[in-house]
Design a protein around this ligand. Structure first.
Ligand SMILES: *Cc1c(COP(=O)(O)O)cnc(C)c1O
Length: 350
């Protein structure tokens, strides 16, 4: 059961707002995408919804400390953008459920080709379809997918919006009337009706064209990214490489467990020359485009500290797993030899 939204951010906003109102509280992984981090810690705070940010690698005991009686959900990303932290979905689901709340997982980077979070206990999945699902930078969009598995009635007093009559919709009680479809129906008839943010028909059409080749593209993205990550890891000018498909990676085992067929096409790395060398090197790239966009059929590159994450302090950057020198390299579906040749000539220049 799902709702296509106008953007990934609309999906994350509505996924949380559908069950959180003023006076409520959410728990969120510290490594989520910068826009989502701001959405919950700044914008939704102004709406009276508090958020506690947690370390995704924390133990169950540590995570449990973040919960309050008014906590209504947990939000995290399968593979964090751009930190590439792989979420231990089962651990997060277990802690969320022990505190009687659903786990919402943003599955944008993995896509349903590589990970199906419901199979590991997540209750609600969100996507920015702007990324791999569209795949060609044609349209912005998002999706909220409800597993229907969370038993709202069991914790009826926590979720009155779903378990008591809605005066704005002729007194319907969503869980009584729609059962497993309660959450997504409320989101659609209430939030979509009142706040809009639907996906335009043209964008939905373009998204569908993209979805037809998603399985083929994801296979190629993962194949190429593995090769590029191995090439970078062996390069003398490269200080470090972060890709969950590398055996040396901290998240290799988690990635193998949750995404045995591959993770995503996005790699991050730092040069020995630091931030300054990164800027010079990026300017020399010719096949890879410097764009904010990511997870596209074409290879693209970004420096988060000066682009997407520039509103964050140095401390917040470190917390989010984004080093100032970090280069986010989104490997496309071109021939991998061409991508590596482009990197090679650019690295020669520094
Ligand atoms: C890009 C992105 C978003 C935001 O999506 P938009 O469609 O740009 O609003 C949310 N989550 C993740 C993981 C993303 O990569």
């Amino acid at each position: 059961m799902n709702w296509l939204t106008s953007s990934g951010q609309a999906a994350n906003y509505y996924a949380v707002f559908n069950i959180c109102e003023a006076g409520d509280h959410a728990v969120m992984s510290s490594t989520v995408y910068g826009g989502t981090f701001n959405l919950l810690t700044v914008t939704m705070k102004k709406m009276g919804i508090e958020c506690t940010v947690v370390d995704p690698d924390a133990s169950e005991e540590e995570l449990s400390k973040a919960f309050r009686p008014n906590t209504k959900c947990v939000l995290a990303e399968t593979i964090a953008n751009p930190a590439l932290v792989v979420l231990d979905i089962e651990k997060f689901a277990k802690v969320a459920h022990a505190h009687q709340v659903p786990l919402i997982v943003d599955n944008t980077f993995a896509t349903p080709m590589n990970c199906r979070p419901f199979e590991w206990g997540a209750d609600i999945v969100t996507h920015s379809t702007t990324k791999y699902m569209d795949g060609h930078a044609m349209c912005v969009g998002g999706a909220i997918v409800d597993s229907g598995n969370f038993d709202w009635d069991q914790y009826a007093e926590k979720f009155p919006g779903l378990t008591t009559p809605d005066d704005s919709y002729h007194g319907v009680t969503y869980t009584k009337k729609f059962g497993k479809g309660a959450y997504i129906t409320k989101a659609t008839v209430q939030l979509m009706r009142d706040l809009g943010s639907i996906q335009s028909p043209q964008n939905a059409f373009l998204l569908n064209v993209g979805l037809e080749t998603l399985p083929l593209r994801m296979e190629r993205h993962c194949y190429n990214a593995q090769k590029v990550a191995e090439y970078l890891e062996g390069h003398e000018k490269v200080a470090w490489v972060n890709y969950p498909g590398l055996k040396s990676n901290k998240y290799y085992d988690l990635a193998q467990k949750y995404m045995p067929n591959g993770t995503c096409g996005v790699i991050s790395f730092g040069l020995k020359g630091g931030r300054a060398a990164a800027e010079v090197m990026m300017d020399k790239l010719s096949l890879a485009a410097i764009v904010t966009h990511v997870a596209d059929a074409r290879t693209c590159v970004l420096h988060p500290a000066s682009h997407t994450h520039r509103q964050m302090t140095d401390e917040q950057l470190v917390e989010a797993g984004v080093a100032p020198e970090l280069i986010r390299f989104s490997v496309g579906i071109e021939h991998v030899d061409d991508i590596i040749a482009d990197l090679e000539q650019a690295l020669q220049s520094i």
